[in-house]
Write a protein that binds this ligand. Sequence first.
Ligand SMILES: Nc1nc2c(ncn2[C@@H]2O[C@H](COP(=O)(O)OP(=O)(O)O)[C@@H](O)[C@H]2O)c(=O)[nH]1
Ligand SMILES: [Mg+2]
Length: 250
Amino acid sequence: MSKDQSVLVEQAKTFIRADDSQIFGVIVAVIAVFITLVLFALWRRRKNARRGILVMGLCDSGKTLIFSHLLYKRYVMTHTSIKENIGDYLIKNDFLRIIDIPGHERLRGKFFDQYKSICRGVIFIIDSVTFQKEIRDVAEFLYVLLTDPVLAKSNTRFLIVCNKQDQTMAKGSNVIKSLLEKELNLLRVTKSHQLTSIEGSSNNVFLGMQNKDFEFSQCSPIVVEFAESSACNKDAVSELDSVFKWLSSI
Ligand SMILES: Nc1nc2c(ncn2[C@@H]2O[C@H](COP(=O)(O)OP(=O)(O)O)[C@@H](O)[C@H]2O)c(=O)[nH]1
Ligand SMILES: [Mg+2]
């Protein structure tokens, strides 16, 4: 082979090597884009699988009335329910499935277990008029929800709605929040004693932080917000503004 020929061969080899590394780069980029798309699709699927908003709270707090305002924008005469109400709430080309779960102690556990795997958020309704009388029951119910491992794992958002604000005896959301924090703090001690005495290990997550007085801000990855509402006004949907806003942010 002449000198010129071997120079040409060398140049061709270098060119092919450069071309190889370019092709390699393109392949890596394509694979990276493909993996990102697959992960994004999986994330979307998981998020869409959890499109349930559970409306919960004690009996007579106003769950069914708020449910019907949210879905049908109207006032209805309600009666104690033994079955769940379900409806789809349209939002930005998408929908959330709102599920009004009966408040009765014997029924709510069964319905909660049935729907918690699709739960993206919880709207927890409190009757702000009877709150002080019922504080223990409200705290017990909230304790079960906030320590549930399924809800904690899926970063569930909570909106605690202090309803019946149209009544003069209604407590405001700030008062309710701080009274509930104190009650949950006490309840946490009782529950941990109960657990150690029955020698069973529970899967439930610890409420708040060890060795610190309980505050709702410590529930991470669960996020808890508070709002006030009045659902009885036949036309004033605006008094549920905070609930509508929360739904559009979830
Ligand atoms: N004054 C007042 N009454 C309400 C309000 N929300 C619900 N109620 C009344 O409380 C009662 C129980 O309401 P309901 O929606 O059936 O409660 P649920 O048992 O939690 O589903 C009904 O008589 C409602 O009209 C409210 O914001 N203000
Ligand atoms: Mg009801």
